[in-house]
Design a binder for this molecule. Structure first.
Ligand code: CP3
Length: 323
């Protein structure tokens, strides 16, 4: 989740002087920002500092990351002609700064900690490209999906290709886990997910098998999509708080891991409420191996640090990390 940007004063200090994309272009600074949450909070893994739009900006799309809004494109991708703007990614030329950041983080990371690389999933990326910005209703995205399935297929295929190439390069550079963020896929019906999204995400997970790294497949509001998302792939499935962890685990099957699923806004409440909610998540996981304790989505910027620190301590106390 967007852990670093949200609550850490040391991150905010760096952000006063550098915008988000500038940080990602400076591997030493970017490695430092990637490691900040681990140093401050003692979490077990670091997530690469980048944005889901990073590989798309790298192939030439004009995307700005706007504070409080997220990614914005002046020229959305909606027509046949627009597709030409999506060329294949050549990681060594296009995202050398990401690969260098990964190498630098790995040099500094202790053997008990892991570095998670990540990418946006084709649907979630497509939603930003087609809408031009964040959306609640995904009207333009769905309009394209329903009215031009041929164009949709070409858009999704190109994005899947960029994402698979990008993630494979991250694994080669040293990322030990790869997470695919399909954050907004919960706006779809199961039938539309299976027809218009699942094949492309499945292709990405299939291509990653050659790299032999564990993968996490994350979405929000995915209650009815959990089984088809698991079918698409991911050794672990990430879930938000709208579904009880035990029910989600039953839906994806015991052979998968599960990641989640504390509501990040519980952290705005008093500590006893945080503790109760965290204990509920752990109870539902029932001590079974394969649970990665995490928030169900990104951190609120005003999250009290104290709650975060105590949460990490509590989880470690109840569920010591097993090798
Ligand atoms: O935890 C981390 O900081 C790791 C790096 C990371 C960022 N974005 C940096 C960032 C990760 C893993 C992401 C993923 C991401 N970006 C997703 C998928 C996960 C999710 O939250 O659903 C999505 C949908 C995006 C697109 C995006 N970028 C959004 C929605 C926003 C938030 C806009 C806002 O200010 O509310 C961004 C900006 C962004 N990306 C920030 C960070 C740290 C915000 C803070 C800042 O500008 O410094």
């Amino acid at each position: 989740m967007r852990q670093a940007g949200r609550a850490l004063p040391e991150y905010r200090r760096i952000r006063e002087r550098h915008d988000l994309l500038a940080i990602t272009h400076q591997p030493e600074l970017c490695a430092e920002v990637t490691l900040q949450p681990l140093r401050r909070l003692g979490v077990d893994a670091a997530i690469l500092f980048a944005d889901i739009m990073t590989p798309l900006i790298a192939i030439g799309l004009d995307v700005r990351i706007v504070e409080h809004a997220g990614p914005v494109l002046e020229q959305p991708v909606r027509t046949e002609a627009d597709l030409a703007r999506l060329r294949p990614l050549e990681p060594d030329q296009d995202v050398p700064f990401v690969l260098e950041t990964i190498r630098l983080v790995r040099q500094q990371l202790s053997p008990e900690s892991a570095l998670i690389g990540f990418a946006g999933a084709p649907f979630t990326l497509a939603s930003y490209l087609v809408e031009g910005r964040a959306s609640r209703t995904f009207e333009q995205t769905k309009r394209l999906m329903y009215s031009r399935p041929d164009l949709w297929d070409r858009l999704m295929s190109r994005l899947a290709d960029v994402v698979a190439t990008y993630l494979a390069a991250q694994a080669r550079a040293g990322a030990q886990v790869l997470q695919l963020f399909d954050s907004w896929v919960g706006c779809l019906s199961p039938a539309d997910y299976c027809r218009h999204v699942q094949p492309y995400s499945r292709g990405i997970f299939q291509s990653l098998q050659a790299h032999d790294v564990p993968t996490i497949h994350f979405g929000t509001d995915t209650g009815w999509l959990l089984a088809p998302m698991a079918e698409a792939g991911g050794s672990t499935i990430g879930v938000d708080w709208r579904v009880p962890l035990d029910a989600a685990w039953a839906a994806i099957g015991p052979e998968r891991g599960i990641q989640g699923n504390l509501d990040p806004l519980t952290l705005l409440g008093p500590w006893p409420a945080v503790e109760e909610a965290a204990r509920r998540v752990l109870d539902q996981a029932g001590g079974r191996p394969g649970h990665i304790f995490n928030l169900g989505h990104g951190l609120h910027p005003e999250t009290p640090l104290d709650n975060l620190e105590r949460l990490v301590e509590l989880v470690h106390e109840i569920e010591p990390v097993r090798p």
